[in-house]
Design a protein around this ligand. Structure first.
Ligand code: ADP
Length: 190
């Protein structure tokens, strides 16, 4: 099974993606985790992206597309989390999945209001010790989400490919709603 999960920072996207990967025995491809690992390992990539992550800015599209291409090629089933974040990334993803014959089964959008997202993010800052949980970086990440990632969600919505779930509900309830959506797509695809 191949799932794309979208949603703003603080929507619980990472939590749900992890749960989905465990429950269905598929890979959790989280671009933020991959980048943070590169930063801690001080690889060439890590050194290059560290200041970008710290500001809450976006890593250049070409770099992200190459990074994700390598993972998609080796995984059969996956939950994609954190990519695509821009229209060029979405376009590239479309082409890649088509080339390797691995279409997505479902695209899930977790919706939360900004005020809820911000209070969740401020709540977890310090707990996780992420460099990008400063108030400035949080504001920047949400601003970029609205400006660059929301158009991606609109595109999937317009294509009729989007399952929208209320991310303000509790973790279990959100998980149940996502499972319901997955069951629906499996029935739908015969
Ligand atoms: P969040 O969604 O909370 O901002 P992530 O862990 O998904 O956190 O991403 C952390 C950071 O990694 C982003 O702020 C950005 O700098 C970088 N990043 C992750 N995915 C992408 C992507 N697809 N395109 C560009 N930058 C990305």
């Amino acid at each position: 099974m191949r799932i794309l999960i979208l949603g703003p920072q603080g929507s619980g996207k990472g939590t749900q993606a992890k749960r989905l990967a465990d429950a269905h025995g598929i890979a959790h491809l989280a671009t933020g985790d991959i980048l943070r690992e590169a930063v801690s390992a001080r690889t060439e990539l890590g050194v290059r992206v560290a200041p970008i992550l710290e500001r809450g800015d976006l890593v250049p599209d070409d770099l992200m597309i190459e990074l994700i291409r390598q993972r998609l090629e080796v995984e059969d089933g996956f939950v994609l989390d954190g990519f695509p974040r821009t229209l060029p990334q979405a376009q590239a993803l479309d082409v890649m999945l088509d080339e390797i014959g691995k279409p997505l089964d479902v695209v899930v959008l977790l919706e939360v209001r900004d005020e809820v997202a911000v209070s969740r993010l401020h709540g977890r800052a310090g707990e996780e010790g992420r460099a990008d949980d400063s108030p400035e970086a949080i504001a920047n990440r949400l601003r970029l989400y609205h400006e660059l990632t929301e158009p991606v969600t609109q595109q999937y919505r317009a294509a009729g490919a989007l399952v929208e779930v209320d991310g303000e509900k509790g973790i279990e309830e959100v998980a149940a709603q996502i499972e319901q959506a997955l069951a629906g797509t499996r029935l739908g695809s015969g």
